[in-house]
Design a protein around this ligand. Structure first.
Ligand code: ZN
Length: 245
């Protein structure tokens, strides 16, 4: 099976469509949350995903947009964009988002969590010590996370030692191999990358080859920015897309 791993699409349909067009044949999509918020096309992104064979999570922005997390927790710019995203949602999109968990065990091998297996809604899993705690918080070989918008990977060796794999560049391939060799992997963000590379980030899990490959996809950033400006979304959110920050 070839599974596309997506996270943090953030209502950026132009980026999502570029990824879906560029990622090749696939059997399923796993979406790690924050499908909406920040960007200009929330309903369209939900519709695009719900038309596929998708296993999805909700993220902190999704929950804020549907009123399950207080908008006041976010900075004023994110809060304004989330309010706008929430106002755009039709009943079907709202219902789809509302039914999603923020963490789920897909099978014996794999857990999905938006932030981390310790705090699926809020934790930014970035450091070695956070990875150590997270490895203790899930069973199985693999935990896929999003939320930080940064492609990254940690591995726990069979002797228990933990290592961060870096740098994670476009095309980086992890071979899963020994089931005792465990991994926490973040594919990066489709709709608002923050690693100074404006291209959409995602990963492909090839269960036949037993690999997870990181990938980047160029998209028409200006088209998304134009939609954001037309919608009156905060300029800083449009501008950052040019720089991948
Ligand atoms: Zn996000």
């Amino acid at each position: 099976m070839r599974i596309v791993i997506l996270s943090d699409i953030h209502s950026n349909l132009v980026a999502l469509d570029a990824v879906l067009a560029g990622c090749g044949e696939h059997d399923a999509i796993w979406c790690l949350g924050d499908t909406i918020g920040y960007g200009p096309q929330p309903n369209e992104c939900v519709e695009r995903l719900s038309g596929h064979h998708v296993v999805a999570l909700s993220g902190n922005h999704d929950l804020a947009c549907i009123g399950r997390v207080d908008l006041a927790i976010f900075n004023p710019v994110a809060s304004a964009a989330n309010r706008w995203n929430g106002q755009q949602l039709n009943a079907a999109s709202r219902q789809w988002l509302d039914a999603l968990p923020s963490q789920r065990v897909v099978d014996e091998r794999t857990t999905l969590a938006h932030g981390s297996p310790i705090d699926p809604v809020w934790e930014y899993l970035l450091t070695w010590s956070q990875a150590r705690r997270s490895f203790a918080a899930f069973t199985g070989q693999l935990c896929l996370v999003g939320h930080s918008h940064l492609p990254l990977a940690f591995t726990q060796h069979p002797d228990g030692t933990i290592e961060q794999l870096s740098p994670i560049s476009d095309g980086h391939v992890i071979t899963l191999g020994d089931p005792q060799q465990r991994y926490i992997i973040n594919p990066g963000s489709v709709g608002q990358p923050r690693d100074r590379d404006p291209r959409a980030a995602y990963a492909i899990f090839d269960t036949g080859r037993n690999t997870i490959s990181f990938a980047r996809q160029a998209y028409d950033v200006a088209a998304t920015q134009q939609q954001m400006r037309a919608a009156g979304l905060p300029e800083i959110l449009a501008a950052r897309l040019s720089h991948g920050i």
